[in-house]
Design a protein around this ligand. Structure first.
Ligand code: ADP
Length: 487
């Protein structure tokens, strides 16, 4: 029985490792940046070996920084960027190529062709998703299409598919466990959402051999033991959830209509819907929520592909910011965005618009606009996209979300949260602990191994709406015009 629980968070922009004590406090953490490659228009890749090495190093750093040895560990929880697809050789553990990340749109034309040739409504009914390049299925197919020998090896069970959780579990167990948790599996376009099993008809439709698929395991429960030669200790891996589902747990959203929004690279809204999957008519996805009791729980989800990444783009590509944090001071240095709207459709638009081919635009420029207005418009675009999601969701469920709990890297930005509360016309709540994702992963592993049973939720700041109706209407109408220009 070690004294610390290790939560691994393999995100899009970083690999983090966090040690929690039995009171749920963070004892130590370490983080390493991850690189993405953009080899083609709309393509996004990562080096799977590099992501594992970054995760492994961050575990070592978190332990070293706190001066404890691996034997102090009690259990491991995992959370990860979802949908990102890795295929590797089961024997050597070597990936067959770069990981195709969730942001990658390379299979957009394949998805269009599938939709043109088939009625795909049954796929949405079965998976809660839609045929879109975002999900893993067409990414796997793309990898196998590249080389006929790979198809044969996949059929023969020589190749393994996994999302990032599967990859970390495979590495942490020195290749002895090939698993995926139910929340991650629900993002592949290959799982029967209601029953939590691989669907043979979906596998056949996407032409993906079952022999390469991992075992679907519950989000809360022991699924494997870390290998001594990898981590220096043999401890249970006891909880996994995809990043958004982990954040739903970490934000304490366990009952119907409880909602959280994570502003990271993308922005993700999840609303718990209880023990029944709900279908959406407004372009939201139906997905699995991580269950603490191994029951079936569900959520509705809307995703914005480019949120914090728009700030990164302003920093790295345009050089108008020296850091993401600087965006707040720049945005508040001007009274408004001077009529500028930025539609960050770098990788197409997700819910509720679902246009894989849309590309970004800056509209409303006059000679009065400067970089502060552009930065302000970028932050506003994060909140306006969120408004569209919530608007669509409420149209679907006919129920009002009373408040929005927020987290993720950009939730540090007070300007963003106030503007979010203003356009939504309801409170936005920031918890004291912004690490909802990693806390959610830790909570799943902690519950499964009796490390702790309760998760405390403390508020850091509540942002109350403070915008006149006419101001709000003008903002929303300008945004709708800008969207029309790119759709
Ligand atoms: P992920 O888990 O997707 O890697 P994080 O939750 O770590 O992302 O958030 C990082 C993102 O948030 C980056 O895209 C960064 O540009 C953005 N970000 C970080 N701090 C701020 C800030 N103060 N204001 C606006 N955006 C920010």
């Amino acid at each position: 029985m070690g004294e610390y629980l290790l939560a691994c968070d393999e995100g899009t922009s970083s690999a983090r490792s966090v040690l929690f004590d039995r009171d749920g406090n963070v004892a130590s953490s370490a983080q390493l940046e991850l690189q993405s490659a953009f080899p083609n228009d709309g393509w996004v890749e990562q080096d799977a070996n590099a992501t594992w090495e970054a995760q492994h190093s961050s575990i070592d750093h978190a332990l070293e920084r706190f001066g404890v040895s691996p034997s102090a560990l009690h259990a491991v929880g995992i959370t990860n960027q979802r949908e990102t697809t890795i295929v590797w050789d089961r024997t050597t553990g070597e990936p067959i190529g770069p990981a195709i990340t969730w942001q990658c749109r390379r299979t957009a034309s394949r998805c269009d062709a599938l939709k043109a040739a088939n009625d795909t409504a049954w796929i949405s009914g079965r998976t809660g998703l839609k045929v879109d390049p975002y999900f893993s299925a067409t990414k796997i197919r793309w990898m196998l299409d590249n080389d006929p020998a790979l198809q044969r090896r996949a059929n023969d069970g020589e190749l393994a598919f996994g999302t990032v959780d599967s990859w970390l579990v495979f590495k942490l167990t020195a290749g002895s466990v090939h698993a995926i948790d139910r929340t991650n599996a629900s993002r592949t376009l290959l799982m029967d959402l209601r029953h939590g099993i691989w669907d043979d008809e979906l596998l056949a439709f996407f032409d993906i051999p079952k022999a390469m698929m991992p075992t679907i395991v519950p989000s809360c429960g022991i699924l494997g033991i870390t290998a001594g030669e990898v981590l220096g200790v043999e401890v249970p891996i006891a909880g996994i959830a995809g990043d958004q589902q982990a954040a739903l747990v970490g934000q304490g959203c366990f009952t119907p209509n409880a909602a959280k929004l994570t502003y990271g690279t993308g922005a993700f809204l999840l609303v718990h819907t209880g023990s029944e999957p709900r279908t959406s008519n407004a372009g939201l996805l139906s997905t699995t929520a991580a269950s603490l009791t191994n029951g079936a729980e569900f959520a509705l989800e809307g995703s914005v592909f480019s949120a914090g990444s728009t700030i990164q783009w302003l920093r790295d590509n345009l050089g108008v910011l020296s850091s993401a944090a600087e965006s707040e001071a720049m945005a508040t240095s001007v009274p408004d965005s001077a009529g500028v709207f930025l539609v960050p459709a770098f990788e197409g638009l997700g819910a509720p618009h679902w246009d894989a081919k849309a590309r970004g635009a800056i509209v409303g420029l006059t000679r009065a606009a400067d970089r502060s207005h552009l930065v302000r418009a970028a932050l506003e675009s994060m909140a306006l996209q969120t408004f569209d999601l919530i608007d669509a969701l409420e149209a679907d469920t006919g129920e009002r979300i009373s408040e929005l709990r927020v987290d993720g890297g950009a939730a540090m930005n007070d300007f963003l949260l106030q503007f979010q509360a203003d356009v939504l016309d309801r409170p936005v709540v920031r918890p004291k602990n912004l690490e909802s994702t990693v806390r959610g992963a830790a909570h799943l592993a902690a519950v499964a191994t009796d490390f702790w049973s309760e998760l405390t939720y403390e508020v850091n700041q509540r942002f109350e709406p403070n915008m006149t109706v006419s101001e709000r209407e003008a903002k929303l109408s300008g945004w709708r015009d800008a969207l029309r220009a790119v759709l």
